[in-house]
Design a protein around this ligand. Structure first.
Ligand SMILES: [Zn+2]
Length: 428
C-alpha cells in the first residue's frame, strides 16, 4: 500500500507535512517526501489528511459494552452489586462474543488499533479480536472470595491456562495473553504471588487494578498495614512487566515504588470521574519517572470507548487540578495514548509511524470542522478532534475501517445480535 499527500504526526508529537508512506508485509517500508519506486498495490491519495499512530486503549473490559447505560449516577457499591454483578452472572460465552465485537467496532471506528482487556469467557474476546483484525492483550481476571481455595483451584486458573495455550501470540502476534490478578481487594497476597509465578513461568505480562478508590486503598492498609502497591511488590508481582489501572490513590512512596519497578499506569480519567473515584496524580507520576498510558475502562463506566476523549480529559484534568495550564501538554498525552500504550503491551515495534514498525495507523479527516484551520495539527488531534473524525483505521497494514465502513465486521449483524442478547439477558 502506498499513501501519498499526507501529513504525519509521530508518537512524540512532531509533525511533517506532504509525506508519502509505503507499507509492505504489514510494516512501514518507507516514510519520506518522495514517492518511492516500485509496485505498491493500492495507491491512496491522502488528500492532505493526517496520519497518526494507531491509538492504544490500555485498560478496558470490552464485553461490558452490553452494559452501556445500564446503571448510571449511582453510588459505586450499589452500581456494582445491584446492577453490574447480577448482569455479569448471566453472561454466556456468546454474549461476550457479540459484546466484544460491538466494542471492537467502536474502537476501530474511533482510531484504536490495540487494546488491553481483563474479563472472563476470554476465548470469545480472542475469537472476536482475531476475526476483526484488531490487536489486543487479553487477560482472565482472577478473583477469590473463598479462603479455602488456592489459585490452582479457581476456575479462573483453568481458563487462564487454557487461554494461554490456545491464543497466546495467535494472529501473527496480534493476540497476546496477559496474566491478571483482578486487584488486591478481590484476591490475597498468596494468590498475587501464584499469579506472578504463573506469569513468569509462561513469559506473560500482567494487568491489574490498583488503588482505584479511597475505600479500597484504606481497607488494604487496615488489613495488611501496607498499601495495595506495597502488597503487590511484596508478592513479587512487580518483578514482571505490569500495567496497573487507575492508581488514583497512590501515596508518594507508592509512586516511587512504581517508578523503581517500571510499572505502567493505565490512566482512565473519565471512568474515574464518572464513578467519582478521584483524579490520578499523573503529573507527579510523570515527574517521578512513572510510565503512563491511557485507557477508557469499560463502557459501563465511561460510557464510550473513544480514546480521543480520554486524551483530552487527561490533559485538561492535569491542568485543572494543578492550576497549571502547562501541565501534561499535548505531545506528552499523545505519547501516552500511542507509544507508551504499545510498550506497556510488550509491542515495542508498534505505536509510532516509523520505518520497520508495524503499520498500525489512523487517517484523520483534515476537512472536518474540528480540524480546521490547521495552525497546529497535534493541537487539533488532542484538543479538538473526536473519534468521529477518523477516516481510516489500519492494523498491520490491513485496512479494517474506512469511510464509515467496516471491512472485517458485519456491523449490522453485531447490532442485531447485541440487542437480542441484551433482551434475553434481561428476561433471565
Ligand atoms: Zn477495570
Amino acid at each position: 500500500m502506498l499513501i501519498t499527500n499526507v501529513d504525519i504526526i509521530r508518537a512524540d508529537g512532531t509533525a511533517q507535512k506532504d509525506m508519502s508512506v509505503a507499507v509492505k508485509g504489514g510494516r512501514f517500508a518507507y516514510i519520506g517526501k518522495d514517492i518511492p519506486p516500485g509496485e505498491w498495490g493500492e495507491v491512496i491519495d491522502g488528500g492532505g489528511n493526517i496520519l497518526i499512530p494507531g491509538l492504544v486503549n490500555s485498560h478496558t473490559h470490552v464485553p461490558m459494552t452490553l452494559m452501556r447505560g445500564y446503571g448510571d449516577d449511582m453510588p459505586l457499591e450499589s452500581w456494582l452489586f445491584d446492577r453490574i454483578f447480577p448482569f455479569e452472572d448471566k453472561l454466556s460465552a456468546e454474549d461476550v462474543y457479540w459484546g466484544s465485537l460491538l466494542g471492537i467496532a467502536e474502537m476501530l471506528s474511533s482510531g484504536t488499533t490495540s487494546f488491553s482487556d481483563m474479563y472472563f469467557h476470554c476465548g470469545s474476546i480472542a475469537k472476536a479480536a482475531l476475526e476483526s483484525g484488531i490487536k489486543c492483550n487479553i487477560s482472565r481476571g482472577v478473583s477469590c472470595f473463598d479462603d479455602t481455595k488456592r489459585f490452582v483451584d479457581l476456575p479462573a486458573y483453568a481458563e487462564m491456562a487454557e487461554l494461554t495455550g490456545e491464543f497466546h501470540k495467535q494472529g501473527d502476534g496480534r493476540i497476546l495473553i496477559d496474566a491478571a490478578p483482578h486487584s488486591e481487594y478481590t484476591t490475597r497476597p498468596d494468590i498475587l504471588a501464584d499469579v506472578a509465578d504463573f506469569a513468569a513461568a509462561n513469559s506473560l505480562r500482567v494487568q491489574v487494578h490498583l488503588s482505584e478508590t479511597s475505600k479500597e486503598h484504606l481497607e488494604c492498609v487496615g488489613r495488611h498495614g501496607k498499601t495495595p502497591a506495597q502488597v503487590m511488590k511484596d508478592s513479587g508481582l512487580f518483578e514482571l512487566p505490569v500495567t496497573a489501572a487507575h492508581c488514583v490513590w497512590l501515596t508518594d512512596s507508592d509512586i516511587e515504588l512504581l517508578a523503581e519497578n517500571g510499572v505502567t499506569v493505565a490512566h482512565c480519567p473519565q471512568s474515574n470521574l464518572k464513578l467519582a473515584s478521584g483524579v490520578a496524580r499523573v503529573s507527579q507520576m510523570k515527574n517521578a519517572g512513572v510510565k503512563v498510558a491511557i485507557g477508557t475502562d469499560s463502557a459501563a463506566s465511561n460510557n464510550n470507548l473513544d480514546i480521543f476523549e480520554e486524551i483530552r480529559a487527561a490533559s485538561l484534568l492535569a491542568k485543572g487540578v494543578s492550576l497549571d495550564p502547562c501541565a501534561l501538554p499535548a505531545h506528552e498525552v499523545f505519547y501516552m495514548a500511542t507509544k507508551a500504550g504499545a510498550a506497556a503491551q510488550g509491542r515495542e515495534d508498534c505505536g509510532d509511524i516509523a520505518e520497520g514498525y508495524r503499520a498500525d495507523f489512523v487517517m484523520m479527516n483534515s476537512k472536518r470542522i474540528s480540524m480546521t484551520p490547521d495552525h497546529n495539527p497535534l493541537s487539533n488531534i488532542v484538543y479538538a478532534a473526536s473519534g468521529a473524525d477518523v477516516e481510516m483505521t489500519v492494523v498491520d497494514g490491513r485496512v479494517l475501517y474506512r469511510g464509515g465502513e467496516f471491512l472485517t465486521i458485519d456491523v449490522e449483524r453485531v447490532l442485531y445480535q447485541v440487542k437480542r442478547c441484551v433482551q434475553l439477558l434481561l428476561a433471565k
